[in-house]
Design a protein around this ligand. Structure first.
Ligand code: DGT
Ligand code: CA
Ligand code: CA
Ligand code: ZN
Length: 571
C-alpha cells in the first residue's frame, strides 16, 4: 500500500499551478523532476520518509522533501492549498485533455476566464478560442476533440490494466474453500476497451472468510465497504473493485444481471414482462415461482433464446439474433495461428529478432511476421531500402537454420507519406511476404487529405494490410479524421486486409467499424504490433475486440493455414 501515486499527483499539480502562474520556470521544473523520480521509485515513499531519507532520492531537494512530508503527515499540503487559492484553475482536470498544457491553460484563463473543462468546452463551442494568439480555428477543433477523449476516459482504466488485477483477485479467492463459483462480471466480462470499475461475483453459502480475504488482499489502498453480501475496495491504481456474494440458486441470475450492459438488461427484462415473467438479479420468476436462476444459460433459454456471449451484450441486435438462432460463432483464441505485425530492436522494438522468435514459438504459432518500421519514421530508427534488403537475407537464413519450427515471414510496417506514397521502393516491397502500410505522421490533416492519402496507399500493388486504421490511442488521442467507408471500399477493390491492432491502447478498428468492414466482405488481421516479447500476450485483447465486432474465425486471415493465408492476401 504505497503512497507514491498520491505524492506524484500532488507534485504534478504543484508543477502545473506554478507554470500557469508564470512563476520562475526552475521551480516548476524541480517539481517535474520530483514527479519523474518518484514515478520510477522502487520503494514506498512513506517508508523512505520514515527513515528521514527523502533527500537521498535523486531529484528530491529540501523544498520538495518538506512538501512530501507535509502530505504524508495529514494528506494536506499547505503550499499546495496556497497555490490553489491564488489561481482558481482546475489544472489536473485540464491537463487530462490531450493537446492542453499549462501554456494554453494560462492563455484561456487570462483572456477568457476559463478555469475548468466545462468552461473550456463552452468557450470552444462558442468559437472564442480561434481568435486567441497562437491558437486558431484548427487548434480549437483539436481541443474540442481532446475534451471528448478526456470526458469519455474520465475515471476509466484500460481493460488490460484492470483485467490483470481482476484476474489476480479471482485466482486468490478461488482457492478459498467456501467459494463454489466465481466470475468477473460487468464491463470487464464484456471486454469493453476501458472499464469504470471491476465487478466480481461469488457463489457461496457463507461469506465471512471470503470478505475478510478480499478486503485484505494485496494492493488495497482503501476499504470502501465491508459487508456480508457486498464489499468494495479501492486499489492503489485507484481502480474500485466490487465483490458480491450470492447463493447458488440465484448465481446465474446475478451473473447475467451484473454482466450487463444496462441496455441489454433493460431489453431482456421488457421481453420477460411480455411473456408475463419477471427478471431480476435473483432469478426469472413466473408469479412467485422461480423458473430459472442458478445458471445463466437457463435464463436465456427460458426466455426463448440462445445464450449470448458477454462481448455481444450491448443491445446491438444480439437479442434478436439469439431469438432467431443466428448469433455468430465468434472467433476464439485457439483459432489464432500466427501474428503478422511485430517489431525488433532493428527499429524501435526492445528485443532482438531471435528473442522475439523464441517468444512467438512458445505461443505455438505456425507463422510469424517481423515487420519493423521504415525510413521516414526516424524517431523509431526506421529502415531504409539497404537495411531492409539485409533484413530480408537475414530472415532467409533464420528460416533455413531450422531453429524455429514456424515460418518466419518477411515484412515491414511501411510509412504512408504525406501524398499517399509509400516510403520504400516497389522493387524492395516486392521481395517481402507481407507489407503493412500505416500512418504515423501528420495525423491532424483534414478528413479529405487523410482519406485520399490512405486510399492512395491502398492502391499500391504491394500493400497487403492497413495498420491501425484510425490511429487512436485510448484515453490519449482521438481517431484521426478519415472517411472509413471510402477507405473500406478502396480496400475491397484492392484486396487489402484491415488490421485489428491488439495493443490494449489501440484496439483499432473498433467494434462498430469491424462490423461495417465485415459486411463489406473485408478480411481482418488481428496483430499484436509487439515491441517486446511480453507484448505478444496482447493477442487475447485483439480477439476480445474482434468478438465485440461480431467477427468469426473465417473473417480473420491469421486463423488460416500459412498457405491459405498467403493466398488470401494475394493481389
Ligand atoms: P463500467 O463499470 O462503467 O465500466 O460499466 P459496467 O457495465 O460494469 O457498469 P456497473 O459497474 O455500473 O454495473 C455492472 C452491471 O450491473 C451493469 O453492466 C448492469 C448491471 N446494472 C447496474 N445498474 C443497473 C441498472 O440500473 N439496471 C440494470 N438493468 N442493470 C444494472
Ligand atoms: Ca463495472
Ligand atoms: Ca460496479
Ligand atoms: Zn504502427
Amino acid at each position: 500500500m504505497t503512497k507514491n501515486a498520491e505524492v506524484v499527483r500532488v507534485l504534478k499539480e504543484m508543477a502545473l499551478l506554478l507554470q500557469v502562474q508564470g512563476a520562475d520556470p526552475f521551480k516548476a521544473q524541480a517539481y517535474q523532476r520530483g514527479v519523474r523520480s518518484i514515478t520510477s521509485l522502487g520503494e514506498d515513499i512513506a517508508a523512505i520518509a520514515a527513515r528521514d531519507e527523502l533527500t537521498d532520492i535523486p531529484g528530491i531537494g529540501k523544498g520538495l522533501a518538506e512538501v512530501i512530508k507535509d502530505y504524508l503527515d495529514d494528506g494536506q499540503v499547505e503550499k499546495l492549498n496556497e497555490l490553489r487559492t491564488r489561481v482558481p484553475i482546475q489544472v489536473m482536470e485540464l491537463d487530462a485533455i490531450p493537446g492542453v498544457g499549462p501554456r494554453t491553460m494560462k492563455l484561456v484563463y487570462d483572456k477568457l476566464g476559463v478555469t475548468d473543462l466545462e468552461s473550456l468546452e463552452r468557450a470552444a463551442d462558442e468559437g472564442l478560442l480561434e481568435d486567441l494568439p497562437g491558437l486558431g480555428k484548427k487548434t480549437q477543433e483539436q481541443i474540442l476533440r481532446g475534451i471528448a477523449v478526456a470526458k469519455s476516459g474520465m475515471g476509466r482504466t484500460l481493460l488490460a490494466d484492470g483485467l490483470l488485477d481482476a484476474e489476480a483477485i479471482v485466482t486468490k479467492l478461488r482457492k478459498l474453500e467456501d467459494v463454489k463459483r466465481i466470475d468477473i462480471t460487468g464491463s470487464s466480462r464484456r471486454r469493453r476497451e476501458t472499464i469504470g470499475d471491476i465487478d466480481i461475483l461469488v457463489d457461496a453459502e457463507v461469506s465471512g472468510t471470503i470478505m475478510e480475504t478480499f478486503v485484505g488482499i494485496e494492493g488495497v489502498a482503501d476499504v470502501l465497504a465491508h459487508g456480508d453480501t457486498k464489499s468494495s475496495i479501492r486499489l492503489q491504481s485507484n481502480l474500485q473493485v466490487d465483490l458480491r456474494v450470492v447463493t447458488s440458486d440465484s448465481y446465474g441470475a446475478g451473473l447475467q444481471y451484473f454482466t450487463g450492459s444496462v441496455d441489454h438488461n433493460v431489453k431482456l427484462r421488457a421481453l420477460a414482462q411480455k411473456k408475463n415473467l419477471r427478471l431480476n438479479e435473483y432469478g426469472l420468476f413466473k408469479g412467485e415461482k422461480k423458473i430459472a436462476g442458478d445458471d445463466e444459460e437457463g435464463i436465456y433459454k427460458t426466455l426463448g433464446m440462445d445464450w449470448i456471449p458477454p462481448e455481444l451484450r450491448e443491445d446491438q441486435g444480439e437479442i434478436e439474433a439469439a431469438q432467431e438462432g443466428t448469433l455468430p460463432k465468434l472467433i476464439e483464441m485457439k483459432d489464432i495461428r500466427g501474428d503478422l505485425h511485430s517489431h525488433t530492436d532493428q527499429s524501435d522494438g526492445k528485443n532482438t529478432i531471435e528473442e522475439m522468435l523464441d517468444a512467438a514459438q512458445k505461443k505455438g504459432y505456425e507463422y510469424y511476421c517481423v515487420s519493423d518500421h521504415t525510413q521516414s519514421l526516424t524517431i523509431a530508427n526506421g529502415m531504409d531500402e539497404a537495411r531492409l534488403l539485409k533484413r530480408i537475407d537475414e530472415i532467409d537464413d533464420l528460416n533455413s537454420s531450422g531453429r524455429w519450427k514456424m515460418k518466419i515471414l518477411k515484412g515491414a510496417e511501411v510509412d504512408i507519406l504525406k501524398n499517399g506514397e509509400l516510403d520504400i521502393k516497389d522493387e524492395v516491397l516486392a521481395q517481402l511476404d507481407i507489407v503493412t502500410v500505416s500512418i504515423h505522421s501528420r495525423m491532424k490533416d483534414s478528413k479529405e487529405m487523410m482519406t485520399e492519402r490512405v486510399c492512395e496507399a491502398l492502391r499500391n500493388r504491394y500493400a497487403h494490410i492497413l495498420g491501425h486504421p484510425t490511429g487512436r490511442l485510448l484515453l490519449k488521442r482521438p481517431e484521426f479524421e478519415i472517411d472509413l467507408q471510402q477507405v473500406f471500399e478502396m480496400a475491397v477493390e484492392n484486396n487489402v486486409i484491415m488490421e485489428l491492432n491488439a495493443h490494449p491502447q489501440r484496439l483499432d478498428l473498433n467494434p462498430g467499424n469491424l462490423r461495417i468492414a465485415k459486411r463489406l466482405g473485408l478480411k481482418v488481421a488481428i496483430n499484436t504490433d509487439a515491441h517486446w516479447t511480453d507484448e505478444l500476450d496482447h493477442m487475447r485483447f485483439g480477439v476480445y475486440q474482434a468478438r465485440r465486432g461480431w467477427i468469426e474465425r473465417d473473417d480473420v486471415i491469421n486463423t488460416m493455414s500459412l498457405k491459405s493465408m498467403l493466398k488470401a492476401i494475394k493481389k
